[in-house]
Ligand binder design. Structure first.
Ligand code: DGP
Length: 143
């Protein structure tokens, strides 16, 4: 991996570089998937391209494609691990869309029929033990 397109001041670029720890689910030359530390559901995974750009408006299409292909792989692993009733793929652009980290990322959110989730969730710290265990289980199901 070249890090020519990473940004020293971006938290997700620093996770990609290994400077900040994460619960990793999958990694290849193009993408990294890891557990969200503010999960809106158990098994909430984030997928980032190894290319810093802030949102889908600024990201070169080939990197958007790589991020969403990674989200597909992560979603299949989540499905195999947790067998949720459904999975939402979400991606926010700009503060009005509640984007809080300005490096393109795709949320993979397992859903259950009665989870009552709405679109404008707040950031609430998750249980790190539970998140870490789920990361190991999901990572084992990545194909
Ligand atoms: P968004 O609001 O769509 O920009 O989503 C950003 C997500 O990133 C949010 O759900 C919380 C998560 N997040 C923020 N900082 C970190 C971090 O340092 N590590 C991890 N794993 N997730 C983070």
């Amino acid at each position: 991996m070249t890090d020519a397109h990473l940004d020293d001041d971006c938290i997700f670029c620093r996770i990609i570089r290994g400077e900040i720890p994460c619960f990793k689910v999958l990694e290849d030359d193009d993408v990294l998937a890891f557990m969200d530390v503010n999960p809106i559901a158990p098994g909430h995974v984030l997928v980032v391209a190894k290319h810093h750009s802030k949102d889908i408006l600024e990201t070169p299409p080939e990197w958007t494609a790589k991020a969403f292909a990674g989200a597909g792989r992560a979603a299949r692993a989540v499905q195999k691990t947790l067998a949720p009733d459904g999975i939402n793929i979400l991606q926010a652009n700009g503060p009005g869309a509640k984007q809080s980290v300005f490096h393109l990322h795709v949320h993979v959110v397992p859903r259950s029929m009665d989870d009552g989730l709405t679109m404008n969730w707040g950031l609430v710290a998750g249980d790190m033990d539970e998140i870490g265990k789920l990361a190991v289980q999901i990572a084992a199901n990545v194909e």
